[in-house]
Each structure stands twice: as structure tokens, then as C-alpha cells.
Design a protein around this ligand. Sequence first.
Ligand code: HEM
Length: 395
Amino acid sequence: MDGKSAIKWNPFAPNYFNDPYAIYAQCRTSNPIQQDSFGNVILFKYRDIAPILDSEDFEVSSLSTYFASKESYIFKNNSQCPFLAKATNKWLMYLNGESHRKLRIALGKVLFSYDFDQLIQESVQETIFYFKHHKKLDLVDFSKHFIYQILSQFIGLKDFTSLDKVVEFSNLAARSQDLFVSKQMYLKMNECFIEGVGLFAESNFKAKLKKELKGLEYEEEDYYSILAVTLMAFFETSKDNLSYSIYLLLSSPKLIKFVLEADNKAIKLLTEESIRFVSPLQFTVRINKKVVIIQGRQYKPGTRFILGIASANRDEEIFEAPDEIIFDRKVNPHLAFGAGSHLCLGALIARKEMEIGLKPIVEFLQKFEVDTLEPLQWANQIFMRTLQSAMIKLK
Ligand code: HEM
């Protein structure tokens, strides 16, 4: 073993959550294919990750099956009713084959029956109005408010003032997919999934979904599972993407000027670049169905590959000056929305949030500046990179 290959990805390293990119860069250069003590293979380079996302020789692992296998341990000596496996049973990103294909078509039809242009325009105006008199504000709260406005108008939430409940539900649902989650945290998630049943109202979203899935064997709990994953996939990623994107824009007078003067085409390029740079979902997982060879190494079927998509999005082999936001980057084949059969179903909506929202948001927030006395607070999460606080104050 040479000195270089000793570099190991370690999410417990000091400062990791503030800046995981420094470690990703070292891994890409010195040790781009790593195996941990559980046999997981962790990949950091674009050239290794992109083909896997596109390949039919790999499939996703089932989160629900994982929970089913762990429930006897998680709920030992505990009176809670196990609900983790049921609540995650129909999460699209953890389904394979026909069940994935059919649900993807149905959910896609239902999602795109809504007029997101209008919902986003209205929500951005409402959010600006809400924060109009603030002298100081947290961009995370601003983004939560904005995304909640959109979400609550189509999915059907029982209590229109339930933002705090949605925030907690969405975050715990996202964390259920993370690595190294404690038993206590799983119990908290379980409780939240049980209570979450009461979050959703009978809505036309659910009615449309039922119509699209008619004839297939879906039970009431399955519809809850689909609503839960839609809420999490919509809310958590969009909010994480926006809060950091807006923070980055407000940190740069050059970028503020660019947004204020940009036409639609320029905003689209910036949106793409910002999503590449922020990459809210930092990792995903695939399992190989057959023997595969990667960079000359052979892996037996059933190997679990942890794909560093955020690292791939900063790979200098693909992106010139990867650690800079180049607002007019022309070629931008980033993997922030994944690729292949599980390509993000909401990518179009996430893009619209920025394409429609960025200009009015920056016009409104340009009178604020980053509050240097209150540094960014990042959550201790590995898969989903989440800002907890990003304070700005009036100039
Ligand atoms: C910037 C915002 C977003 C980012 C970065 C993002 C990222 C991703 C990624 C990387 C995947 C693929 C995961 C994998 O291959 O394992 C994915 C899947 C998915 N996303 Fe998003 N997402 C965003 C917004 C949204 C929104 C607004 C929705 C709307 C509901 C959504 C719904 C979904 C769904 C349903 C899937 C599963 C697709 C499938 O497995 O077929 N996402 N997302």
C-alpha cells in the first residue's frame, strides 16, 4: 500500500459537516474506490458513478426490507408499534422492476397535472410579503416557508399552519435513509411516521393517485407511504437546495448583479450550476445484480455501492474549476438529480422553483447581507446535506 491510498472517507472527521468537499477531493485524488468494514464499496469519481446510475445491471436496495429486518432490534423492550417498514414500503427510489415503473408513471402523471408555474409564482410573492418587515432573517426559514406554500397547495395537508410538523416529518423521513443512524433516532422516526398519518387530508392529490393506481393492489397504508415520500422528496431537497443557493448568491456582489440582469436563458444556466454546486443529496446506493468490474477490480453480485454524487459533481476530470460557481457554465452534465431509471421525478419542478423564484427573491433580499457574526450551521447528516441556519441582516 503506498502512502496515498491511506486516505479514507471518514464522516466523523472534525469539520466534516461544514465542508465534506475537502475530503471528497482527497478521496478522488488518492483513493477513489474504497471498501468499508461492512463490505460497502464507496465511489467518488464521476467516471465510476455515472455509468452505474445508468446501468440495468444495478438496482436499488429496499429501505422497507432493511427496516423489516431491523425492527426486532429497534423495538426490543419498547412498546411503540413498528411502522418504519410500512411507512417506507412504497418509496419510489427504493423500488425496482415493474412496481417501480408503474408507480413512477402514476406519480408522474399526478404531479404534472398541477400548474407549478402558477403555484411557484404565488408562493414566492406570499413569502416575500411574509418577510417584508424583517430586519434579520434565516434563509433556511425563508426557504422552508416558500416550499411549504407550494407543497401545501397541492398535496393536501390537514392543518394549513402545520409548517413545523412538516419540517420535522420531512427531516426525519430524509434521515431514515442516512448511514450510522442510532436506535433512538429510529424510534423518533417511527413515532413521527405514526403521527404523520394525521398530517395528510383527503385531497385531490390522493384521489388522483388512487385513480391512476386503480386495479393495482394498493392499500390505505401504501397511499400514506407515497404521500410521505412525496412530501419528503419535495420539501427536504428543495429547501436544502434553495437555502444554500440563495446564501451563495447573496455572498457574491457579482452573482447578485448577474441575477438582477439575467434573462431566462441566463437564469436557467445559473440554476443548473447552482444545483450542481449545492448537490443536496450527496450520496445514493446501488446493488449489482451480476459480477461487475470497476477499474480492474471485480465485485460479486449483491455488493452495496455507495455513490458519491456530490463528489462526482466536483470532479475536475469533468468540470473545469469545479469548486467555483460559473454562472454561464455551458456544459454541465451534473448528477445532482441522479440519472437513469430513478432520475429525480421532481427535477423539472425543482428547476422551476429557481427559474421562477431566483430573480424576485434576489430583488427582495439584495438589501440584506450575510451576517458574519452568525456562521452557517450544518446538520450532522451524511446523505442529505442540510443547512440548519443561514442568517442575513439588513445592510
Ligand atoms: C433540488 C431539488 C432536488 C434534488 C437535488 C433531488 C435529487 C434527487 C435524486 C438524486 C434522486 C435519485 C435518487 C437515486 O437515484 O437513488 C431523486 C429521486 C426522486 N425525486 Fe428528487 N430531488 C429534488 C427535488 C424533488 C422534488 C421537488 C420532487 C417532487 C416530488 C422530487 C421527487 C423525487 C422522486 C419521487 C424520486 C424517486 C424517483 C425514482 O426512484 O424513480 N424530487 N431526487
